[in-house]
Write a protein that binds this ligand. Structure first.
Ligand SMILES: Nc1nc2c(c(=O)[nH]1)N[C@H]1C(S)=C(S)[C@@H](COP(=O)(O)O)O[C@H]1N2
Ligand SMILES: [Mo]
Length: 222
């Protein structure tokens, strides 16, 4: 790699962040519609893609399973730090769900495998004061969720997609998957889940994206 590479990555990232913030200010892609997920599969303003785009800040951390760890802490009864082997020894679930990205692409029928949010909750046991979760990722990205959004039967920390180990581009070895919300809520390269009482908006949430991110209400920007 040339000496210039890190600088280039930095500039690309700034440009990307600026253009997304501009989209948010201008309300790009908004149709002004809401929809009922029981009545239609595709949320308002979305289009279906067959491939799987890669979107992130451009930093692409590479973490091998040998050094990978997951910490779950904050207001929980049993904080944990799991190695890759610890994570693999938890019950593994499979789940098929659709992806809806705020940039208007949706991808149907993604086959995920990993550890369910509900299993994780049963292990760490959040204290009664907990209202929100903050995901921290290896590239410095953060995103926030209400506890109820995490405590759902289709939410998981995924290590596999379509039967194969999740690629590093898509957040491997482990990413969050929160299918009912726009995909920016699904942190790639997850390293820490922090349980908190007060909400703490994440990277995009403080840059003009909606705090709740429900695609059926078209909560793109907030
Ligand atoms: N760690 C991390 N997670 C992230 C992001 C990121 O920049 N860093 N981008 C988010 C956004 S905006 C989207 S749309 C999805 C894209 O996931 P994909 O590249 O697997 O399609 O990841 C989300 N999770
Ligand atoms: Mo995104």
């Amino acid at each position: 790699m040339s000496e210039k590479a890190p600088g280039l990555v930095g500039r690309v990232k700034d440009k990307l962040v600026e253009s997304k913030q501009k989209w948010a200010r201008e309300g790009r892609l908004l149709t002004g519609e809401t929809a009922d997920p029981a009545a239609q599969r595709l949320p308002p303003g979305q289009r279906i893609v067959k491939d799987w785009p890669v979107l992130d800040l451009g930093l692409k951390p590479r973490i091998g399973p040998d050094t990978w760890q997951l910490t779950v802490d904050g207001m929980v009864k049993n904080p944990i730090t799991w190695s890759w082997a610890d994570f693999q020894s938890q019950p593994q679930v499979q789940s098929v769900s659709d992806i809806h990205c705020v940039t208007a692409w949706s991808r149907y029928d993604n086959e995920w495998e990993g550890v369910s949010a509900r299993h994780l909750l049963s292990v760490v046991q959040p204290l009664p004061e907990v209202r929100h979760i903050v995901f921290h990722a290896h590239d410095g990205y953060t995103t926030n969720l209400p506890l109820e959004a995490f405590d759902d039967d289709d939410v998981l920390l995924a290590t596999k997609w379509a039967g194969k180990p999740l690629s590093a581009d898509h957040g491997g070895p482990v990413r969050a998957v929160v299918p009912k919300l726009y995909f920016w809520k699904s942190a790639k390269w997850v390293k820490r889940l922090e349980f908190v009482a007060e909400d703490r908006p994440g990277f995009w949430e403080v840059r003009g994206y909606h705090n709740e991110a429900d695609p059926w209400k078209e909560e793109r920007y907030g």
